[in-house]
Ligand binder design. Structure first.
Ligand code: NAP
Length: 467
């Protein structure tokens, strides 16, 4: 094939890739079509990967193939065995790898000593390198925090000044590489430049509190997209540019939505300490926790008119979604109106509860977002909280000294009766006590969520059997 024809084929394939990416992303916006969306986008990735082999002047085929084989095996193996509850850690790692890959492209570009470098691609290479490196090291810290390998936050006085100076110094070295060395800086200077960006990523993420991790992870997702887009320009590769733009804009939107869900600005997330550990800021909580039997709670729900369920992280830990839906079907059969209320940051990743409930087969029209259902709690006879804690903590509304103050919560406390299913005295992700558990209208049903749901199912079934 003539080189012109090959170029045409490559460009046409990249167009197909772009269409597949956008189509896939569109399908990912609803849980009904999300699985197929991932397959469509994956097909786009496959086309882009295959077409790379046709690039004129391409060499190093054994190395490329070896990288693909190693990457595929690791991704397949880790994707198969990762627990649902560990998915956010995996997303953080994959984000970091994307940022690192963009940084690596920039490193190759900046170390090509015998090439003539043009200014615009150089600027983009340097910017992509900074953003990609921050995303790599920041995501690794986010992974370690989510995985419980790094606990708490790490702060010292003057930290923001140190961070600011380091960031400006890194940018200054980048400017030197572009405008003074014209892309021919020594490897030591290039290494110092990358080192500065990587250390900044660590310093920027270490002080951020646990409950803010979802926002941080989607921010790094946006960073990675941006870095990949810039490096796509450097390589003049349309598939990389498009993939980068799609990931960058989707990540930015997700970041803004997550920050909005927590009622905070993105800069507030990054520069202030939220949800680090609330114990010292907490006032006394009055009242006592009143335990209740699963069977009593189940029977009360069986005779209620309206029940709203607030699921949280503990539902995922217990893998109780199937039993929960079995219980819900019994209630619906008995004429009870049942709705699920989903807090945007319930669980440990965006959409976590939606995924769990979809897996159990819960129909989408039973599932409501916070803003659509919050006014209905006051009409509910029973609100049942299953493995949720921070997302139903009324301190977020009233207690200005609480680290979760300002985050919108599900108004479960406004129901006539609240049941909270949890194993014991465990706190939520942000580590603060929950005054809801001590409220007059609240009772705790202690136990693993799956065991409690089985007991509730039995209670309702034995009631039906008895009639
Ligand atoms: P949560 O505040 O983390 O509380 C979970 C509760 O579940 C705990 O109090 C725990 O109490 C209980 N639990 C754990 N295992 C259980 C089991 N097997 N059976 C029954 N209960 C169990 O959960 P949430 O209300 O869903 O809030 C999510 C938190 O995670 C927020 O602070 C959010 O900011 C943060 N976060 C969210 C994301 C995201 O993207 N969605 C990502 C990272 C962090 P016991 O130990 O007493 O059972």
């Amino acid at each position: 094939m003539a080189e012109g024809d090959i170029r045409l084929l490559i460009d046409a394939s990249y167009f197909v890739t772009a269409v597949l990416f956008i189509f896939g992303l569109k399908r990912m916006s609803s849980p009904v079509t999300a699985r197929s969306g991932i397959l469509w986008a994956g097909a786009g990735m496959l086309v882009a990967t295959i077409v790379t082999f046709l690039y004129p002047g391409m060499s190093n085929y054994p190395l490329i193939l070896a990288a693909i084989v190693v990457g595929t095996i690791v991704a397949w193996w880790s994707g198969k065995r990762v627990a649902m509850t560990d998915m956010p850690q995996m997303i953080a790692l994959y984000n970091g790898m994307g940022g690192g890959a963009a940084g690596a492209i920039a490193a190759v570009e900046l170390l090509r000593q015998n090439a003539v470098h043009e200014t615009v691609p150089l600027i983009l290479a340097v910017l992509g390198a900074v953003i990609g490196s921050i995303s790599l090291s920041g995501s690794l810290i986010a992974w370690a925090k989510l995985d419980g390998r790094i606990n708490g936050t790490w702060r010292f006085s003057g930290q923001q000044i140190v961070n600011g100076v380091l960031f400006l110094a890194t940018l200054a070295v980048g400017a030197y590489i572009v405008f003074i060395a014209h892309g021919h800086a020594s490897p030591a200077i290039v290494a110092a430049f990358f080192g500065g960006a990587l250390v900044f990523g660590v310093l920027m993420t270490m002080p951020i509190g646990g409950a803010d991790m979802p926002v941080v992870i989607s921010l790094y997702n946006a960073f990675t997209g941006l870095a990949v887009g810039f490096e796509g320009y450097v390589l003049q590769n349309p598939a990389l540019m498009i993939a980068g733009m799609v990931v960058g804009s989707a990540g930015t939107l997700l970041t803004l939505l997550m920050a909005k869900a927590m009622n905070r600005s993105v800069s507030n997330v990054i520069f202030s300490n939220f949800g680090a550990s609330g114990d010292d800021q907490q006032g006394e909580i009055k009242g006592t926790q009143k335990p209740a039997e699963a069977s009593d709670a189940a029977i009360q729900m069986r005779y209620a008119n309206k029940v709203i369920i607030a699921p949280g992280y503990g539902l995922a830990v217990a893998q109780a979604q199937h039993k929960l839906y079995e219980f819900v079907k019994l209630l619906v059969d008995a004429g009870v109106e049942v709705k699920f209320a989903i807090h945007p940051v319930a669980g440990r990743m965006p959409g976590h509860m939606n995924v769990l409930l979809a897996e159990a087969g819960v129909p989408y029209d039973m599932i409501y977002d916070l803003e659509d259902i919050n006014d209905e709690f006051k009409e509910a006879d029973v609100a049942i909280v299953i493995g949720a804690n921070d997302t139903v903590n009324p301190a977020a509304r009233t207690n200005k000294s609480s680290p979760i103050y300002g985050m919108p919560i599900l108004n479960v406390d406004q129901a006539k009766q609240v049941y909270i299913v949890k194993r014991g005295q465990g706190k939520g992700y942000s580590g603060v006590e929950n005054e809801l558990f001590y409220a007059d209208n609240a009772n705790l049903v202690y136990g693993d969520a799956q065991k409690v749901m089985i007991a509730m199912i039995q209670a309702v079934k034995s009631l039906e059997g008895g009639h």
